[in-house]
Ligand binder design. Structure first.
Ligand code: UT7
Length: 325
């Protein structure tokens, strides 16, 4: 039986810390409002590094933690909503920087669910195409597409990157069960970023380009608190596991209130959810791999531990994975 194992994680976030008090200088908000409504205390905001730069540093950290040579990587997938360029893809830029001569490389666009989507795609490709070692990255410089005059969104997001190394396994599979899905109609209505318009010599109207994230926060909130427990229940059922045997749930870090409400609906202790949204804000596709990298850095995951990843976001998309280390 062909499966995959995860060799290790890494992450990198820009050094520049922006506190809620710093944001009080930019928009009409308060530290108190942001903490009470979101749980966010600070976030990292790039002062020049791009999505490729963050992805590259997270990748080097993951390679080091996995004791893995870049030359063995033959597949690179980057999940991002904030690429530096439409072409080449972020993954191709990383392939060039790392000089991974044998690696295929492409990006996945599934917003905050992007890393879990990429993990599922990478593990399927490893099992079916002969690729042996994959570098999977979530990297975002959302500050490029945040409207810094809109207090309802600019306080939420942050920049960062996280990465994982996957390897083929001939007799074991650490990815026990997965789910992934989308609702495009709901996505168009509630969460959109950077809409490119047609401005050619062949049309008379010059259309104004939309650059920034626009979100109906309440609608996304309702979706998130219902889909997060659904992902957990679906994964447990598919793998015939009991919630009490799961060491951590690593949710997409969007809002502490979403995580607390999911814990209430699942009737489980909040402590089972790993939380770092207070320090990074919402880093979209990077949030889950940064959290995983921190869990390993802190020595909180041991061999045999089972964890659940649960992501939701723009698209709208959602995705989950139950993993045994
Ligand atoms: O990763 C992608 C997925 N995204 C998410 O999961 C985000 C989901 N949504 C949320 O987390 C929440 O809906 C928000 C944090 C975005 C907003 O929280 P809320 O409790 O739903 O607030 P609200 O949008 O209903 O706004 C309540 C009030 C409004 O004022 P009025 O109309 O009651 O006078 C807003 O104008 O709070 C106001 N407000 C603010 N006040 C101070 C909105 N943003 C701010 C702000 N500071 N930054």
């Amino acid at each position: 039986m062909k499966g995959v194992k995860i060799l290790g994680f890494g992450h990198y976030c820009p050094e520049n810390i922006v506190s809620n008090v710093d944001l009080e200088e930019i928009v009409e908000t308060t530290d108190e409002w942001i903490i009470k409504r979101t749980g966010i205390k600070e976030r990292r905001i790039s002062t020049g590094e791009g999505t490729v730069d963050l992805a590259y540093k997270a990748a080097l950290n993951a390679l080091e933690n996995s004791k893995c040579s870049k030359d063995d990587i033959d597949l690179i997938i980057v999940a991002t909503t904030s690429p530096d360029k439409l072409m080449p893809s972020t993954a191709c830029s990383i392939q060039g920087l790392l000089d991974c001569k044998n690696a295929a490389a492409f990006d996945i666009s599934a917003a905050c669910s992007g890393f879990v989507y990429s993990l599922i795609v990478a593990s399927s490709l490893i099992k079916t195409t002969g690729k042996k070692k994959a570098l999977v990255i979530g990297s975002e410089v959302l500050s490029k597409i945040v409207d810094w005059s809109d207090r309802s969104t600019c306080v939420l997001f942050g920049d960062g990157a996280g990465a994982a190394i996957l390897e083929i396994s001939e007799n074991d599979d650490c990815i026990i069960s997965t789910c992934f899905a989308a609702d495009g109609n709901l996505g168009e209505k509630s969460l959109v970023a950077a809409e490119l318009k047609i401005n050619t010599p062949f049309i008379s109207d010059n259309l104004e380009e939309k650059r920034y994230i626009e979100m109906k926060g309440g609608e996304v909130f309702k979706f998130a608190v219902s889909v997060l427990p659904e992902i957990v229940r679906e994964l447990l059922e598919k793998s015939n596991e009991d919630i009490n045997d799961i060491k951590f749930i690593v949710p997409h870090q969007a809002n502490l209130r979403i995580i607390d409400e999911a814990a209430r609906r699942l009737k489980i202790n909040k402590e089972k959810f790993y939380v770092n949204v207070d320090r990074y804000g919402n880093t979209s596709a990077a949030s889950i791999p940064i959290a995983l990298s921190e869990l390993f850095e802190k020595g909180l995951i041991n061999k045999g531990d089972k964890i659940i990843l649960a992501a939701f976001g723009g698209g709208l998309t959602w995705a989950g994975a139950l993993i045994k280390f």
